[in-house]
Design a protein around this ligand. Sequence first.
Ligand SMILES: C[S@@+](CC[C@H](N)C(=O)[O-])C[C@H]1O[C@@H](n2cnc3c(N)ncnc32)[C@H](O)[C@@H]1O
Length: 170
Amino acid sequence: MTNHVVLYEPLMPANTGNIARTCAGTDTVLDLIEPLGFSLDDKHMKRAGLDYWDKVKINKHDSLEDFLATLQANDEMYLISKFSSKSYTDIEYTDPTKNYYFVFGKETTGLPKTFMREYYERNLRIPMSDHIRAFNLANSVAIVLFEALRQQGFPHLEQSHHYPKDKLKD
Ligand SMILES: C[S@@+](CC[C@H](N)C(=O)[O-])C[C@H]1O[C@@H](n2cnc3c(N)ncnc32)[C@H](O)[C@@H]1O
C-alpha cells in the first residue's frame, strides 16, 4: 500500500514545498501534474521544503491524461473538492492491496469541472464553514493524508523517537 498526493497544476511554490515536506515525513509519493506555476528549482519552494527534497519520491506528469494513464486497476483515486457532499472521513483507506491517490486542485481554480464530473462519486469534501472560499492547498493535503494514515495505523512512521536532548525528560 502506498499513499500518493497528486497536485493538479500547482501555482504557488511555497505550497508545493510544504506538501513535499509532509510527503517526506509520511513516506508519501508526490505526483505533480504539469504545467507547474514555478520551476522545481524555485527558491521559495526549496525553502518551504527545507533540506528534505532527497527524501521525497516525485513523479512528474505532462498532463492529467498522462497521470490517469499510469493508474492500475486496483488503485483507488479520490478527488478532493469542496463541491462534494461526501466527507473525506466517510471512506476507508485501509485495503493493503491498494495504492491510494488523493488528487488536489490548483490554488486558483481547483480541479477541472469535466474531471470532477467524470469521477463524480470519487469527490470528497473537507467540511468547512461558509466564512471562507476554501482551505489552503497545503493544509487540505495534510488534513486528508493524515486521516488515511490514521486509519492505516501510521505505517512505517515512528510513534516515538529517542532525542538526545529530550525536552520532555531532561
Ligand atoms: C485553494 S483551493 C482551490 C479553490 C478553488 N476556488 C476551487 O474551486 O476549488 C485548492 C485545493 O484545496 C482543496 N480544498 C480546499 N478546501 C477544500 C474543502 N473544503 N474540501 C475539499 N477540498 C478542499 C481542493 O483540492 C482545492 O482544489
